[in-house]
Structure formats: C-alpha cells, structure tokens
Design a protein around this ligand. Structure first.
Ligand code: ADP
Ligand code: MG
Length: 895
C-alpha cells in the first residue's frame, strides 16, 4: 500500500540518469554569460583557485554561519611536510531573534562571539587572519567579498540581502575593536572541499548534505564566462539547491513536495534542496503520514493534533525510525509521543515511508553529483577518472544508511569514475581557515613573485632613457675621438647603396654565425624576368670546432664548400662569393674584415684580430682543390637590409632578432668621422649587442642577467644582446625559475636535475609556452618534457616569467630601434619619416608577442616616424649575393 501510495518517490536509474542530464544542462546554463541571468543553478565563482599544497602555515581564525550551529574556530597549520593542523572550536547558540532579526544585530552577535572566543583562547593581542564561512548563495567578485543573493534554509535576516557580508562583518569587528583581518568568504561546500583537499590532494568536489544541500567543484577557468582569464581552475559553488526552481523537476515533485514548499519560509525557491536536505525530510514524512491517515491507511484513520502540527516530525525522528536493527521500538515510541497509537503494521508502514523519503534524497543527490563528476572527467578529457569528494553534513554523517546508499547509486550512475568519498572532519570551519591559509600563502607568494619580476617591468620613462643612451652610444661610435673605446662599435661595411634591380649572375654565399652554417648558390636575374633562385645546404658545426682553433674552423668551412660544389656539380666554375659572417668585423674595404671579437656561441682561437677573408682564402689554398673569388664579407644585418631593399627602396635599416641581436642602417658619410669623404651614404653595422658593456644600462640589469652573463662564453660583453636575443632569453627564464624554486614558490621547492642544466630552457619554449592558443595543460606537458614536474599553479607562474622576460626583450629592442629611426629622421631633416626596416631572426618571426611589442615600443618612442617592418626572406644568403653582385658591378665599372 505504501509503495503504491509513494510510487512517485521511487526513482529508477533511468529517471536518475535523466535528472543527471538535466542537471548537466543546468550547469552549462549557469556558466554561460548570456544564459546565467535566467539560470536557476547559479554556478557562483568562489575565487578559490588553488587547493592546499601542504606548504601553508600559520595561525588562523574562522567563524562558521549557516549550518546547524554557529561556531568559532582557531586553526593552526604547520608546514612540517606531514599536513598537520590543530583545531580548537567553540559552539555558540543561534537564537531565533538573531536569525530572524536585522542585519546589524546579526553581525554584532558574530563579532561578540568571536571576541569571546579570542578571549578564552587568549588571542586578543595577535592580529589574525580570519575566514568567514557563510553558507548562503553569494555573488563574489573576489575572495574577500560577497553580496548575499538571498537567504536559504531557516535564516531570514532583514537588510542583508544585496549587501556585501564581508564588509558588514568587518564593520562590526571594527566597532568591537577586534584585531582580525577578514581575508576570505567561504561557502561551506568550499570549506569542506578545502579541508578534505588538505589531506587528499585529489579532492576537487565539496558536498554538503545537512540542514541544506549544496556542492562545489573545481571548474576550468576557460568555461567560466563570468570571470576574466582562461588560466587554471576555480572552485564553483553550484548552489544546486535551487535546481528545479524554474519547473525543471515538476514532473518528479509530488503533492507533498508542493505542500511543504507552500508552508516554507521561501516558497517557490530551493525546490531541489527541499527534496533532499534534513531540514525538510521530517516535514515531508509528516505530510505523507497525515494524508495516509486521512485516507484511512494508518492509525485507524485517527489524526492527532501533533500530526497536524508543522515541524512535529524532525530529522532525528526519521533517523531513529530507520534504525532497522533496533526493530520497531523506536518507531513505536516516536509515534506514540505524537499521540498516534500505532499498531505493528502502522509502525512497519511508517518505517517504510521514512526509507522511501530518505532514499529519494540520496538518489537525487547522487544524480546531481554524478553530473558534476562527469563534467570533471570530460573537462580533463579522461576516459576514466579517479577523484575524491569531500563531504560534510548531518544527514550524510548521522543517518544510518544514507552514505552507503549514496555511494552505491553514484557508482552505478558513473561507472567510469573511481570515487573516494572522504568525510570532512570538523568541516566547514576548518575549511574556511584552510581557504584563508591558502589565500595567505598565495598572497605572500604573489608578493615574492611580483618582487622577482618587478625589475623586468620597464616604465616608459626608463625605455626613453634607454633610447637616449643608445643614441649617445651611436654617436660615440661614429666620432673619431671616442670611436676606439665605444661599446657600440658602428662598423663601416663599405656597402654604399641598395640594389637597383640591374644585378645579375650566379653567386656563392656562405652564412656563418647563426644557428646553422650554410652554403648557397644564388642565381639573380635582372630586367623583366627579375628573380632570385637559391639552392642551399645546411651543415652542422660541431661544438668542438666552434670552440677549437681558427684553422680547424676554416678547414671545416672549406670542406663544407667542397661538398656543396660537388653536390651542385659546379666545382670548376670560379664563382664570386659573398661571405656572411655575423660577428663584429672591422672592415677596411668590402672584402676585408678583421674580427673584433667572437659573440654568441663561437670561441675559436687565433681569429680575433685576424682578417676572416684571408683566413678563408688560406684554407681554400691549403685544400688546393678549387678556387673562389671572395668579393665581399657581409654582416647578416646588412644582408637582411639588402634583401628587403631589393623589394622596397625605402628599406635602409636591417634588424636581426635571432640567436643574436644587431642592427645596421644607412648613415650619411659626413657623419662617419673615421672615414674619408662626405658624399653619399654607407651602411653601418652598429653591433649594438655590445651596448651597455661600459655599464651604462646596469641600472636595469637584474641579478638574473648578471648570472646569465657570468655563465656565458664572454662575460661582461654583449650585455644588451644578452637581454634581448634568442640565445639568452631561455637562460634568463631558467635563472628566475631557479631563484623562485629556491624561495619555495615553484616546483614544491625542489630544484630538479634538469633545471640545473644550462641551456635546457630554449627560447623556442618561450614561444610555445606564451602562445595564446595553448591551454595550461599543454604548458604543463612542455615543462614535463623538460623534466620539470609542475602543478597547474607552477605552469601559470612559468608562463608569467616567460612573458616578463620576452616582453622586456622586445621593449629594449624597440627602444634601441627607436633611437636609430629618430637619428635617421634627424639626418634627413624631416618632420616625419617614412622608413622600412628589414627584419630577420626566428625570435622575431616565431615568438607570439615579440614583434608586436617591438613595433608598439618603436611607435611609442619615435612618434614622428612611420616605420614599416618587412620580413626578410633569407637575408644572409640572398643579401650576400646581392652585395656581391653590386660590389662586382662597381668593381667592373672601376676597372
Ligand atoms: P640566427 O640568428 O642564428 O641566424 P635564427 O634567426 O633562426 O638564426 O635564430 C635562431 C635562434 O632563434 C635560436 O638560437 C633560438 O634562440 C631562437 N629560436 C628558435 N626557435 C624559436 C622560436 N620558436 N621562438 C623564438 N625563438 C626561437
Ligand atoms: Mg641568421
């Protein structure tokens, strides 16, 4: 009879799967920007982004309002590696006049209780951080703020809705002169998740089944439309109690549910909660028994006054009656107390009613939880997932069968999740302290990270200063008296004009000084069929040759040329050759270049001070196998400028942002004091990488820059290059990561073997990590490949570090370039300058932000110049050939 009567309360798995699907849809609705306003399940961001990691420490206070009892706590957290903590709590009554009174009284009461607690614990002299567990739906825009959306459960305090409860609590505490700092507002679900998360790092769901019911879980930031940012995760307080408030569950609600709702404090609201939580189960049972009695199914049809009285059957009665092991005695006793004179059959029937009602609660709760678990699994793109759910609440904890039933149903509904249910010990209050502890740790860490990265943030003023210092150094390099000691060497290249399109012929080119050594054959056609064709071969230069003797290096080069000539079948032809040699060379003519000093990764002996063209010629002679006509020695910047100049006559600057950093530009002869003649122009290879070698930019060099410098092949040299070029950016990042790890801010404070290895952090990883298209999970994977075992938070920090280093590099480079274009504008004596910069280098081409920041900086610092950036296609090959062609033409004209 009871079964038939309560047919609608017994939910099959099919129905539960359907409820699960409906709840999944509700979650999506709550997360979407456009759908949130009309969603019933509010999916409130909690601004809790991190779970405890075990390094939290300190002394924290918490107050817990919204459960069955009001409590104050003190939690001591130790970072002893054992996740230990100490909790002291005190209960305070929640008088009806307070929870049905006005806001000021409520917060005064909380402050009073807290002060009493601090007094008994002798804490008045310390300023302690406090977490406020407030288990009602709040709209948060940060951790320490929350606007109450509406009271739930048995609370109804006037004048609090739509106000910030943290602010109200702070004011009350101030009034009472309490020495505390409210750092976090926490929902009890979040507190539960955090408490359990302290013991089990896998915990990412918090569930409350008590006076009320609610759940929270860690959602991917990219799915949370209402909060800026895509990185990492944030805990979402679902406020699932309101599920069904739009009628979504009406087909499952019975006449008893409707009747109960009408008699509640908040009719039409929290309909899901009213089917689940302990505050309502007793009342549901009462309404059912009443109806059954009225229909003559129980107690001989005799209704007692007690049975007619709202609230007469409480949760504890339902619990007691469901203790099957104790037979019917409990049931009988309780019913008798209600003046119902039950027969044995009545007792059995009532017991059965209780079971159906509480089982339905567990079923519904399981369906919604299953929806959350499925969402978590899908977010992680896993087929199977292991996870932990932290749970608190009287119904779950004290009801004799509730927990078992819930677990069983959940496992049936989501067979591909291995779920551990972890009971939260001393739940929500400790959780608030944990949230506060995490917030406290994160705030302290944030401060340290900001401090480490602060020197990388350059103000506009600083950048202007860099630009003007660069300008000064450029002038030094051009002036006769200062030239010898100048750090920006301003080397004449004997390239006096850009191509005019009449160049033609077959040329060889060598490209030495980048990542790869290459030999090229370049065919240039002029006239109507103007075109450039190139064939090239890449050769490796082993480290022992790069850093061996000069003779070995040049013998190796000639060997490679011989291979190439064989390969192309052109060994007999004595072709003109342009030698792109991307190191600072002092030239006396276009085919003479004395190496001033190695840079980047090269360090062969007996080369500095020697003419590299002579060294190449001698090596060719030593081999005695073929002959070449070495026409020009070319810097890669010049090659780049020439290549772009071939397309755009306005291109008078060449920029390299690759392994190294350098610039050349066309300077008026009259400004080049060290050369005779005042007519025309010549290309100057600035070798600006050495900018700062006299200490003039030491004010912006960080300790990380100094470490990179000290560990390099050429300490003290190329200081600007070491802050701006591909060869060093990864290394700067590595130095910062080491420092942050030492400070315990990264990788759990463990410096791994791989992080110790110089060079492991290549600049290409900066490009990958900083790519906007990359999800955090992929950043983690990259770091893992590097042997860096990172958490989600670590990855965010690493990305931030990379961003700071590359941004500074681009800005510094932009400041330097601004000095060059400004100088060109002044040379021409124009108000506005239109100019093109030819650019080459993988850093510029492949880094996701470098080129944009560089361009923006130039625009900001040289507002009177309209600078066009033109990517060079293989400047060092094509450019060298073009220069050779021009030189050959001039040479022939001369003859
Ligand atoms: P080079 O300057 O040696 O002639 P490139 O212009 O190709 O040659 O630059 C190579 C340098 O660019 C490498 O040494 C490395 O520092 C950097 N690099 C390589 N890949 C990337 C990338 N994906 N993003 C940024 N920089 C990179
Ligand atoms: Mg290059």
């Amino acid at each position: 009879q009871v079964d038939r009567f309560l047919y609608h309360m017994r939910l099959s798995d099919d129905v539960l799967l359907d409820v699960m699907a409906r709840f999944q849809a509700e979650m999506v609705k709550g997360l979407g920007r456009d759908t949130n306003p009309t969603a019933t399940v509010k999916m409130l961001p909690s601004f809790v982004r991190s779970l405890p990691d075990g390094s939290e420490k300190g002394d924290f206070l918490a107050v817990d309002l919204g459960g069955s009892q009001f409590r104050a706590h003190r939690v001591k957290v130790f970072d002893d590696g054992k996740q230990s903590s100490q909790l002291e709590s005190k209960f305070y009554p929640t008088p009806k006049e307070v929870i049905h009174g006005n806001g000021a009284e409520l917060f005064d009461y909380i402050a009073d209780c807290l002060l009493d607690f601090m007094e008994t614990k002798n804490l008045k002299h310390k300023k302690l951080p406090l977490g406020f567990t407030f288990s009602f739906p709040c709209k948060q825009t940060k951790l320490e703020e929350g606007v109450l959306l509406g009271w739930t459960k048995h609370f109804k305090v006037r004048g609090v809705q739509d106000t910030d409860v943290v602010n109200s609590l702070r004011k009350a505490l101030e009034k009472h002169k309490a020495n505390v700092d409210v750092l976090a507002l926490v929902n009890d679900t979040v507190g539960t998740m955090m408490t359990c998360g302290y013991d089990d790092q896998r915990c990412e769901v918090g569930l409350i089944i008590g006076t009320g019911t609610n759940a929270c879980y860690m959602e991917e930031m990219r799915h949370i439309d209402l909060v800026e940012g895509d990185e990492g995760r944030m805990c979402i307080n679902t406020e699932w109690g309101a599920f069904g408030d739009d009628g979504a569950l009406d087909d499952l609600r019975t006449e008893f549910d409707r009747e109960l709702d009408l008699g509640s404090l908040n009719p039409g609201k929290q309909l899901f909660e009213k089917m689940i939580s302990s505050l309502y189960l007793g009342e549901l049972v009462r309404l059912i028994l009443l109806k059954m009695t009225k229909e003559g199914l129980l107690f001989n049809g005799k209704v007692s006054t007690a049975l007619l009285t709202k609230g007469k059957i409480e949760m504890k009665h339902v619990f007691a009656m469901e203790k099957y092991k104790e037979g019917l005695s409990n049931t009988k006793e309780i019913l008798t107390e209600l003046n119902l004179f039950p027969s044995e059959e009545d007792c059995i029937a009532v017991q059965h009613v209780c079971t159906i009602v509480s089982f339905r609660s567990a079923n519904l709760c399981a369906a919604a939880l299953a929806a959350i678990l499925t969402r978590l699994r899908e977010n992680k793109k896993l087929l199977r997932m292991r996870t932990t759910v932290g749970i608190d609440g009287g119904l779950y904890k004290t009801h004799p069968q509730y927990a078992k039933r819930l677990h069983k149903v959940v496992r049936r509904l989501v067979p591909n999740c291995d779920v551990r249910f972890l009971l939260s010990v001393s739940g929500s209050g400790k959780g608030a302290a944990m949230v506060t502890a995490v917030a406290y740790r994160l705030a302290a860490q944030r401060k340290q990270i900001d401090a480490a990265l602060a020197p990388f943030l350059l103000s506009l003023e600083t950048l202007r200063e860099v630009k003007s210092k660069m300008r000064t150094e450029l002038e030094y390099g051009l002036k006769r008296e200062t030239q010898a000691s100048a750090t920006v060497k301003m080397l004449p290249t004997y390239v006096c004009g850009t191509p005019d399109g009449t160049e033609k012929g077959k040329f060889l080119a060598l490209d030495l000084g980048g990542t790869n050594f290459r030999v090229l054959l370049v065919k240039i056609r002029s006239g109507r069929r103007r075109s450039v064709q190139m064939y090239n071969k890449i050769f490796a230069i082993p480290l022992e040759i790069m850093q061996g003797t000069g003779e070995e290096l040049f013998d190796h080069i000639v060997q490679c040329i011989a291979d190439f000539l064989d390969y192309m079948g052109i060994k007999g032809a004595r072709l003109p050759l342009g030698f792109t040699f991307s190191f600072p060379c002092r030239q006396a003519s276009i085919d003479k270049g004395t190496l001033v000093g190695w840079t980047k990764g090269f360090k062969a002996t007996d080369c500095e001070g020697e003419d590299v063209v002579d060294m190449l010629r001698e090596a060719i002679r030593r081999r005695n196998e073929f002959d070449l006509d070495i026409v020009a020695v070319v810097n890669d910047t010049v090659g780049t400028m020439m290549t772009c100049g071939y397309e755009d006559p306005n291109c008078e600057i060449g920029l390299i942002a690759g392994t190294g950093s350098n610039v050349c530009y066309m300077e008026d002869m009259k400004n080049i004091e060290i050369l005779e003649g005042n007519e025309g122009k010549m290309c100057i290879n600035t070798e600006w990488g050495g900018f700062g070698d006299n200490g003039c930019i030491d004010n912006i060099r960080t300790k990380y820059d100094k470490e990179v410098d000290e560990g390099s092949l050429n300490p003290g040299k190329q200081r600007y290059e070491k802050m701006t070029s591909g060869m060093y950016l990864g290394e700067i990042v590595r130095q910062i990561l080491i420092d942050l790890t030492k400070q315990g801010l990264l990788f759990r404070g463990q410096i791994s073997e791989s992080l110790r290895k110089r060079g492991i952090f290549e600049t290409k990883f900066l490009s990958q990590i900083e790519s906007d298209r990359l999800a955090l999970l992929q950043v983690r994977r990259i770091l893992q490949q590097l042997g860096l075992d990172s958490t989600c938070e670590d990855s965010i920090i690493v990305k931030e570090v990379c961003g700071a280093v590359s941004k500074r590099a681009a800005q510094l480079c932009g400041a330097g370039l601004a000095a060059i274009v400004e100088k060109k504008r002044e040379n021409r004596g124009v108000e506005r300058l239109q100019i093109t910069v030819g650019v080459d280098g993988t850093l510029y081409k492949l880094h996701p932000h470098f080129s944009r920041v560089l361009r923006e900086t130039v625009k900001e610092l040289a507002p009177q110049c309209d600078v066009t950036f033109m990517l060079s296609e293989d400047g060092s090959g094509k450019g060298a050939a073009l220069i050779t062609a021009v030189a050959k033409r001039l040479h022939n004209v001369g003859q």
